[in-house]
Design a protein around this ligand. Structure first.
Ligand code: MBD
Ligand code: FE
Length: 311
C-alpha cells in the first residue's frame, strides 16, 4: 500500500518540532541541518516505500559503522570527500585560482606528530622486506613560481600489505613508520627514501565493504602517497600521488585520482644510478614538483579542521 503523508501539515510541523525549530536554545545551524536531513529522510522513506524492516537494517548498520570506527572510511567510499573537493575546486575557479598542484582527499589515516627532518628523510625502517626501494623528490614552488625554502612536506603511505602504521591490524609496524615531515632545503627541495607502497583495501568483513558489496562495488585503492604541504603566505595543500601503472589508478573506490597526480615511476637498474643514490640494488624513482597557491585576502579560505589522530 502506498500512502502519502509527507506534505501534510501534521508531518511538516512534526519535522520542525523534532528538529528543535520550535524551541529556544540549542544551535541554530545544527537545527537547520537536522531539519533538512530529517526532511529528506522522511521523504525518501515515503517515496521509496521503505519498510520498517529495511529501516531497522539501516539503524543496525549505523551502530556497526560507529563501533568499527569506519565512518571516515565509508565517507570517501560514497564519494563525499571527493564532493567536498569538487566544491573547493569550484570555489577556486570562481575566484580565478587555477594554477597550483591539484588537491585531492586526505583520507582517514593521517597521524599528526611525525618526526621532522631537514631536506631529506628515510621513511621506512627497513623491516618490510618485500618492498622495492623508492626514491621520491621534487621542488616546492611558491605561488609566484619561486622555489620555497622551509616549506613543510608531510608525507604518509602504506606498506607492501596496504597497511598504515598506527592502523595496522597485524600490529607489525612501529609508530610513524612511513610517516615524516620533511622541511624543504634552501632550494625548495624535498627528498625521501622509502619503499613503493601497495594499494589499500577496505577491511573485508567491515561495514564499509559490506555496503560496497550491496552496491556491486569494490573497496580498493591504487597504491598512493599522501601529502600535506604548508608554507608561510600560502594555503595548505592536501594531495596524493598515485603509483603509475597500478591497474586501479583510474578505478579508485575513494575517487582520489586526478590528472597531474600520476607522475611517472622510473626504474633504475644500472650501476651508475644505483651508486649515485648510495644504494646497492635497483630502485624506483618518482620526481614530483609541488606548486602552492597563495592566501586569499590574507587567509587560508579552505583550511580543513577535522578530528585527527595525534601520537
Ligand atoms: C586510504 O589509504 C585512503 O587514502 C583513503 C582515502 C581511504 C581509505 C584508505
Ligand atoms: Fe591512503
Amino acid at each position: 500500500m502506498t500512502v502519502k503523508i509527507f506534505d501534510t501539515p501534521e508531518v511538516q510541523n512534526f519535522l520542525r518540532l523534532a528538529s528543535g525549530l520550535e524551541q529556544d536554545g540549542g544551535n541554530p545551524r545544527t537545527k537547520q541541518i537536522a531539519h533538512r536531513i530529517l526532511s529528506d529522510l522522511f521523504k525518501t522513506i515515503e517515496d521509496l516505500n521503505i519498510t520498517s524492516d529495511e529501516y531497522w537494517v539501516g539503524v543496525a548498520y549505523l551502530n556497526r559503522l560507529g563501533a568499527s570506527s569506519e565512518a571516515g572510511l565509508l565517507s570517501p567510499g560514497l564519494g563525499l570527500d571527493r564532493f567536498l573537493d569538487m566544491r573547493m575546486d569550484a570555489e577556486d575557479a570562481a575566484l580565478g585560482i587555477t594554477d597550483g598542484t591539484p588537491r585531492t582527499i586526505e583520507g582517514p589515516l593521517y597521524v599528526a606528530g611525525a618526526p621532522v627532518e631537514q631536506g631529506y628523510a628515510r621513511l621506512d625502517d627497513g623491516s618490510d622486506k618485500a618492498g622495492e626501494i623508492l626514491i621520491m623528490h621534487g621542488t616546492v614552488y611558491a605561488a609566484d613560481g619561486k622555489p620555497l625554502a622551509g616549506a613543510q612536506v608531510e608525507v604518509w603511505h602504506a606498506n607492501t600489505k596496504g597497511f598504515y602504521s598506527h592502523f595496522d591490524p597485524t600490529g607489525e609496524q612501529k609508530p610513524f613508520n612511513m610517516r615524516r615531515t620533511i622541511v624543504t632545503d634552501a632550494q625548495g627541495r624535498y627528498k625521501f627514501q622509502s619503499i613503493v607502497p601497495v594499494g589499500y583495501g577496505c577491511p573485508p568483513d567491515g561495514p564499509t565493504q559490506g555496503l560496497l558489496n550491496e552496491l556491486g562495488r569494490h573497496g580498493n585503492r591504487p597504491a598512493h602517497i599522501h601529502f600535506f604541504v604548508t608554507a608561510d603566505g600560502h594555503r595548505k595543500l592536501t594531495t596524493q600521488i598515485n603509483i603509475d601503472g597500478d591497474p586501479l589508478v583510474f578505478d579508485d573506490f575513494a575517487y582520489a585520482t586526478r590528472d597531474g597526480l600520476v607522475p611517472p615511476l622510473v626504474k633504475h637498474e644500472d650501476n651508475a644510478s644505483i651508486k649515485a643514490e648510495g644504494l646497492s640494488c635497483p630502485f624506483a624513482e618518482i620526481v614530483f614538483d609541488i606548486k602552492l597557491s597563495k592566501l586569499v585576502n590574507g587567509v587560508d579560505n579552505q583550511i580543513v579542521e577535522r578530528p585527527r589522530l595525534a601520537a
